[in-house]
Design a protein around this ligand. Structure first.
Ligand SMILES: NC(=O)C1=CN([C@@H]2O[C@H](COP(=O)(O)OP(=O)(O)OC[C@H]3O[C@@H](n4cnc5c(N)ncnc54)[C@H](O)[C@@H]3O)[C@@H](O)[C@H]2O)[C@@H](O)CC1
Ligand SMILES: Nc1ncnc2c1ncn2[C@@H]1O[C@H](COP(=O)(O)OP(=O)(O)O)[C@@H](O)[C@H]1O
Ligand SMILES: [Mg+2]
Length: 276
């Protein structure tokens, strides 16, 4: 297993060309947030916007519309229960779809996941987090043919892979990754990233991060980074590294680091670690 280091940031985060516009930096659609977990999809959406994605649309329960608009006017809102025509185009026009933060596991959430996966095409990247992983572990839902990135914590990975947390060894995890043909970000206090080309460990992270919404935020960052940076594996690893690096910086003076505080630091942190 290789250890990530700071070079993943400058190898990934590019100085923006002058003659660029929002279309240059990718279109991300996020799907999630039921009536109880609106905060999860709002944090994920904020993380995507603050990572620099060009155009962000959030497909969520209509109860979350006012809060999303108030907190994040940069994002567009769409009602998950809308008619199929605009729904289909919001999914299909995205470069990256992030699905799962706060999605919930009820029948409506399962149907929504199935509908979204059905629309995905091979040139798209799909970040599969939270409830979406638990649904996949418990229901028969066909995975789309696309670039897939799973972001389970250890219990979600146990549910999806069938590997108990105590048995989640490098070899066992990589074997399931191979079957899924996906990138797997296995989150713990020392997150591991399983790719087609190698296994990496994030050396950073702090218990100050152990608070709800921290993973929702990472999922949004992975959406934002993969939308902008050409090498998808590097984009995933840079997002994981940056998420923990910012948390460690804040934890020098804070007992707990809130997900929204990490999000607020992103533009400045990325500015400090950009390169040609
Ligand atoms: N403000 C919000 O709206 C929030 C919504 N959330 C959403 O709530 C849904 C359920 O996710 P949860 O993860 O809370 O619940 P889960 O039931 O999926 O996972 C939590 C369980 O996993 C166990 N576990 C074992 N190892 C773990 C590890 N390394 N990290 C985390 N848990 C570990 C915990 O003890 C607990 O029993 C997701 O859709 C998530 O996005 C959460 O992110 C919390 C905040
Ligand atoms: N003790 C810790 N040390 C380092 N990172 C941690 C620690 N606890 C949690 N994290 C990080 O916080 C995030 C938690 O993700 P997750 O459990 O999905 O949160 P949520 O679903 O509540 O948003 C992961 O990125 C994980 O690596
Ligand atoms: Mg989570």
């Amino acid at each position: 297993m290789k250890r990530l280091d700071q070079s993943i940031l400058t190898n990934t985060i590019r100085i923006r060309p002058d003659d660029s516009y929002k279309g240059t930096y990718g279109r991300v659609t996020l799907v999630g947030g039921n009536q109880n977990f609106g905060g999860a999809i709002i944090m994920a959406s904020e993380a995507t916007v603050y990572s620099g994605a060009g155009l962000v649309t959030t497909l969520t329960h209509p109860d979350n519309s006012a809060a999303l608009h108030a907190r994040l006017p940069e994002a567009m809102f769409a009602d998950v229960f809308m008619e199929s025509t605009p729904f289909d185009s919001l999914i299909q026009s995205a470069d990256v779809v992030v699905i799962g933060p706060g999605l919930g596991e009820g029948p409506e959430s399962v149907n929504l996941l199935r509908n979204v996966f059905h629309l995905i095409t091979p040139d798209q990247t799909v970040v599969i987090d939270g409830s979406a992983i638990t649904i996949l572990a418990t229901h028969s839902v066909a995975l789309p043919d696309a670039r897939l990135i799973f972001t389970p914590h250890q219990m979600e990975w146990q549910r999806l892979s069938g590997i108990k947390i105590t048995d989640q060894t490098e070899a066992a995890n990589q074997a399931v990754r191979d079957q899924l043909n996906a990138t797997v970000v296995l989150k713990s206090h020392r997150t591991e990233i399983y790719t087609a080309n190698g296994i990496y460990q994030n050396p950073l992270g702090t218990p100050a991060q152990a608070t709800g919404g921290m993973g929702d935020t990472l999922a949004g960052m992975i959406g934002g980074f993969t939308a902008q940076f050409a090498n998808t594996d590097n984009a995933v690893m840079a997002a994981v590294y940056a998420h923990s690096a910012i948390a460690e910086l804040l934890a020098q003076n804070q007992y707990v680091v809130l997900p929204t505080q990490i999000i607020r630091q992103l533009p400045q942190f990325m500015h400090q670690h950009q390169a040609n």
